[in-house]
Design a protein around this ligand. Structure first.
Ligand SMILES: O=C(O)CCC(=O)C(=O)O
Ligand SMILES: [Fe+2]
Length: 341
């Protein structure tokens, strides 16, 4: 389980919770609800960098099925997994532990299966992971639709027509190479027993995911109850455990939203640490992260940033003025080169 309840941001009521009930559909959302969500999202992302979404309509069962499928994939022989290794061009496929490193000082224990194209031919065969595409593709559609709702909500708060940010993110998971959005299935295996834990000086340094901010507009994160996700809230240098609200989906600010808003909505620094408890270390953790990206050729219309009291903000070190001048595609290519071995 997560670290003791009182130690998490959630238990201290420090994470804004946004209720998406009565939103309507992604094609025809209720204008007044979209406006309210936009205001709540802006307040949450400008002051904290993250929010929890509830009543989003994505059934927990769908996530659990996908977590089980990923377990099955990770249990396949290496030779079989090798057929599905991540394609360097479209980034679709399996990434072995240690291949994508955010922290060079530790070994990162993480399997990921990236879904960037909804083509059954690019997925493990039926005899390897039964029904993998029919379990994952509907979830990818749901997360794309949820992202579209949030893009409309953000457009409303930035004084833009509802379709403005949808237009710059029109290629999400369209499988035509126009847009790098990705649904990433993550499995963090149990910590090897030779890693003695934080109290031992000669411990082998493992972690689950090193500190970073995401290179997208925003990220949606669904996780199991194992815990380990930590964040630095906007303006703070302290790592704090997020905690787990069953059924909720986290939204966290990515680097592009940070740069478009001149850091009024700064990218959230986050990491996933190995748990300290012996039993928790012996269990794996599952997560689905949906990285919502703009189209590669997108230009974002000028945003009217609402006046909101925001605490002083620390930009992540890699967000320089030079970075803000790069277009979306350059930015993403540069960050992939930095993190993929
Ligand atoms: O596992 C998580 O909760 C977050 C993973 C993550 O930050 C990432 O893959 O970018
Ligand atoms: Fe991340």
């Amino acid at each position: 389980m997560a670290s003791p309840q009182e130690e998490t941001l959630l238990a201290r009521c420090e994470i804004p919770i946004i209720d998406l009930a009565h939103i309507g559909t992604e094609i025809c959302p209720m204008k007044s609800v979209v406006r309210r969500i936009g205001q709540q999202l802006f307040a949450a992302l400008s002051t904290k960098g993250l929010a929890l979404l509830v009543n989003h309509g994505i059934a927990e069962e769908k996530l659990k099925t996908v977590y089980a499928d990923l377990d099955n994939f990770c249990a396949l022989p290496e030779g079989c997994q090798a057929q599905y290794l991540c394609n360097p061009v479209n980034k679709h496929g399996y990434v072995r532990p240690g291949t994508e490193q955010f922290d060079d000082t530790k070994k990162e224990l993480r399997h990921s299966f990236n879904i960037t194209t909804l083509s059954a031919a690019a997925m493990p065969a039926q005899e390897e992971v039964p029904d993998f595409p029919s379990h994952t593709f509907p979830l990818a559609h749901d997360l794309t639709n949820l992202s579209r709702v949030l893009l409309q909500a953000l457009a409303s708060v930035f004084g833009l027509p509802p379709s403005a940010l949808l237009a710059s993110h029109s290629g999400m998971l369209q499988s035509d190479g126009r847009n790098p959005s990705c649904m990433q299935l993550l499995y963090y295996p149990p910590v090897p027993p030779e890693d003695k834990g934080p109290c031992c000086h000669d411990a082998i340094a493992y972690t689950r995911c090193g500190a970073h901010s995401d290179r997208c507009t925003f990220t949606l994160v669904a996780q199991d109850s194992e815990g380990g996700l930590e964040v630095k809230l906007n303006g703070s240098e302290k790592w704090q455990a997020v905690g787990h609200l069953p059924g909720a989906i986290l939204v966290q600010t990515g680097e592009l939203l940070g740069s478009w808003t001149t850091n009024k909505l700064p990218a959230l620094m986050h990491r996933v640490v190995v748990p300290s408890g012996m039993y928790a270390r012996a269990r794996g953790r599952h997560c689905v992260a949906f990285f919502c990206h703009p189209d590669k050729d997108a230009t974002v219309p000028p945003l009217i940033i609402p006046l909101a009291p925001t605490p002083p903000v620390c930009a992540p070190p890699h967000l320089s003025l030079h970075h803000r001048l790069l277009n979306a595609a350059h930015h993403i290519q540069k960050r992939f080169r930095e993190t993929y071995a």
